[in-house]
Design a protein around this ligand. Structure first.
Ligand SMILES: CC(=O)SCCNC(=O)CCNC(=O)[C@H](O)C(C)(C)COP(=O)(O)OP(=O)(O)OC[C@H]1O[C@@H](n2cnc3c(N)ncnc32)[C@H](O)[C@@H]1OP(=O)(O)O
Length: 165
């Protein structure tokens, strides 16, 4: 399978407001050649990830349970990935052996920001998370993005600590 997760899971959650030239779908293996890593480079450091490393990681993510719901927006006129966001499920014993959903790696191409693509990605992931039955969705962001995420139901309700290596 070339998609990182089953595309039929996504279909009911896609907002109808997407412009004709844009397609929203799960990450595919050939997104390596459609600028996916370059897009992630607008979010943070990607480092040296060649095609083999990308494909090995893709396979590990695709076959892991629970799976990585990495959603991309492709501009079908340019064949470039112009937006992406991930919903990763974390299985728990707490909350009746439920799953927590983490929203990660949200990014829209700098030339296409403020055109509601970020909103489409967030609305899609929140709807997908609800339908997958997560008891909570969470994310980490800089203070400047609190107004953005609050539009999609997130509230700033705890401190966040990190340790980097
Ligand atoms: C969990 C994480 O991944 S945190 C990391 C987030 N990603 C980044 O910082 C990468 C760089 N930034 C980006 O890629 C983009 O600016 C994003 C993803 C944050 C926003 O994407 P966009 O497509 O520009 O947002 P979009 O146009 O959908 O905006 C939706 C609404 O949020 C508002 N908004 C967008 N960006 C911001 C912002 N930085 N601060 C406050 N509000 C914002 C818009 O004005 C709009 O409001 P409206 O509905 O009232 O008109």
């Amino acid at each position: 399978m070339s998609s990182i997760f089953d595309a039929s899971l996504l279909a009911p959650h896609i907002p109808k407001t997407l412009p004709d030239n844009l397609k929203i779908r799960p990450l595919e293996k050939n997104d390596f050649s459609k600028g996916y890593l370059e897009l992630l480079g607008q979010l943070t450091s990607v480092g040296n990830v060649d095609q083999e490393k990308f494909e090995n990681q893709f396979e590990a993510m695709r076959t892991s349970v629970p799976c990585y719901h990495i959603v991309v927006i492709e501009d079908i006129n340019t064949n470039k990935v112009v937006g992406s966001a991930s919903l990763v499920l974390e299985m728990k014993f707490i909350h009746e052996a439920g799953s927590r959903g983490r929203v990660e790696d949200v990014v829209v191409n700098s030339e296409m920001r403020r055109q509601k693509l970020g909103a489409i990605l967030l609305e899609t992931l929140v709807s997908l998370g609800k339908s997958l039955g997560v008891y909570k969705l969470s994310l980490e962001c800089v203070p400047e993005l609190l107004p953005f995420y609050s539009k999609f139901g997130f509230q700033n309700d705890c401190n966040f600590m990190t340790q980097r290596f």
